[in-house]
Design a protein around this ligand. Structure first.
Ligand SMILES: [Zn+2]
Length: 411
């Protein structure tokens, strides 16, 4: 599945109609959660039936295309099933996980009881309720009774190449700087890339974005830091304005746009880098880090979030699948302490940048770690474990890589 994204251009009235559709989606999603809470043994099909029922009951719900209603109910179900999954897998927060619990692979963390959504930002249609203009495919018309009507698609990617049957879903997403249409297209994304005979281990760090087992390092893109001053200013502007005032709303919008820009830069960086690494190696090894836990560490959190490792890993795995390469997440045990030459444990604090071992091995600290990561991966290949993609897919989130993101700035 790939996602192609366009910006939508329309009239104010049309945007208002989109907002209305999004509110209806939120209504159905929350009604579904409520129904699940109030009744026993509710399953996916009950929620689907409920969405049909709501369509008959409420006029505004009736105006929304039936597949969009269904998608909302499905969204509620994925929140519920994620919660069920987590109940099986996770220990309660703060609970000491005993060796027995660990052996059952209980991981700590929240279970994520489904919440009522207050800020739904999208409406999703399946294969009906919309139509692309026949010839140019530069316009989309929403045909349900919500009166969204015909909107212009702005973006450089051409959806022309794909058959209408390949478009499985169309999603309208509201962002700080406008409305976007995402087309989820089902295609086999595999692409043949010749084998290179190379393997690589990556050690992600604070100083560098990563250092690989060949000793090369990629500097950290400090988008966030760079834009921090501007962000701070935008934050201050918000807090200075009176609550509920129009000026405050304007300031909030400006702040949201700043955040949006950073997240796009981060995404672009991750896609480019991951694509390049995966293309030029046959096996890519990296640490199975729980970023959530690391972010709890206060001093480091900003840099860790900043570097966007998680997004990078998701993209590594995406391109791994696409180019048919092996990606391995290894357990982060002693990767920086172990000597990559003789296996001895050489303790060192974070400030010591060079690994020096009695065996005579002297290496950059991060490179030593990267070699250990690679070795550990090569020892476990064949057992690549579950990837983040599978985990996230199971939890119902969308991990498709947006490749046609329209990053033009509209003012
Ligand atoms: Zn050694």
């Amino acid at each position: 599945m790939i996602v192609i994204e366009y910006k939508l251009k329309g009239k104010l009235k049309q945007y208002q109609a989109i907002d209305k559709a999004i509110r209806t989606c939120q209504f159905i999603r929350n009604k579904s959660i409520r129904y699940w809470m109030d009744n026993q043994k509710v399953n996916k099909y009950d929620l689907s039936k409920l969405s049909t029922k709501l369509g008959k009951e409420f006029d505004f719900a009736k105006r929304l295309n039936s597949t969009a209603r269904q998608s909302s109910a499905e969204r509620a179900w994925s929140a519920i099933s994620r919660f069920y999954d987590n109940c099986k897998k996770r220990t309660a927060r703060g609970e000491v996980s005993s060796p027995i619990a660990r052996s059952k692979q209980k991981i700590p963390g929240k279970k994520g009881f489904p919440k009522f959504s207050k800020r739904t930002r999208s409406v999703e249609y399946k294969q009906s309720g919309w139509k692309l203009d026949n010839q140019t495919k530069k316009h989309i018309t929403f045909t349900d009774k919500n009166n969204i009507g015909r909107l212009k698609l702005v973006g450089s990617r051409d959806i022309y190449f794909y058959q209408p049957e390949q478009i499985k879903r169309v999603r309208i997403v509201k962002r700080a700087d406008g409305y976007y249409a995402q087309f989820c297209i089902s295609i086999e994304v595999k692409e043949y890339v010749p084998a290179t005979g190379k393997t690589i281990g990556l050690d992600v760090g604070l100083k560098e974005f990563y250092t690989d087992s060949n000793g090369q390092s990629i500097p950290n893109p400090r988008f966030y830091r760079k834009s921090e001053a501007r962000l701070k200013k935008a934050h201050r502007a918000v807090s200075k304005k009176k609550k509920g005032s129009a000026n405050r709303k304007k300031a909030i919008k400006k702040l949201a746009k700043q955040h949006l820009k950073i997240s796009r830069q981060r995404n672009d960086h991750a896609v480019k880098l991951a694509r390049c690494v995966v293309k030029s190696n046959d096996l890519i090894a990296y640490e199975d880090l729980r970023i959530k836990n690391m972010v709890k560490n206060h001093c480091l959190s900003k840099s860790i979030n900043d570097a966007g490792w998680y997004q990078f890993r998701v993209k590594l795995e995406f391109f791994g699948k696409k180019f048919d390469k092996v990606t391995v997440a290894v357990q982060p045990n002693y990767t920086s302490q172990k000597c990559s030459n003789c296996g001895a444990i050489v303790k060192k604090s974070l400030s010591i940048r060079t690994h020096i071992c009695q065996c005579g091995c002297e290496l950059d600290r991060d490179r030593n770690a990267a070699i250990n990561i690679l070795e550990s991966a090569l020892a476990t290949v064949g057992h690549t474990g579950s990837s983040i993609l599978d985990m996230v897919n199971a939890s119902g989130e969308d991990t498709s890589i947006i490749i046609g993101s329209n990053t033009c700035n509209s003012k």
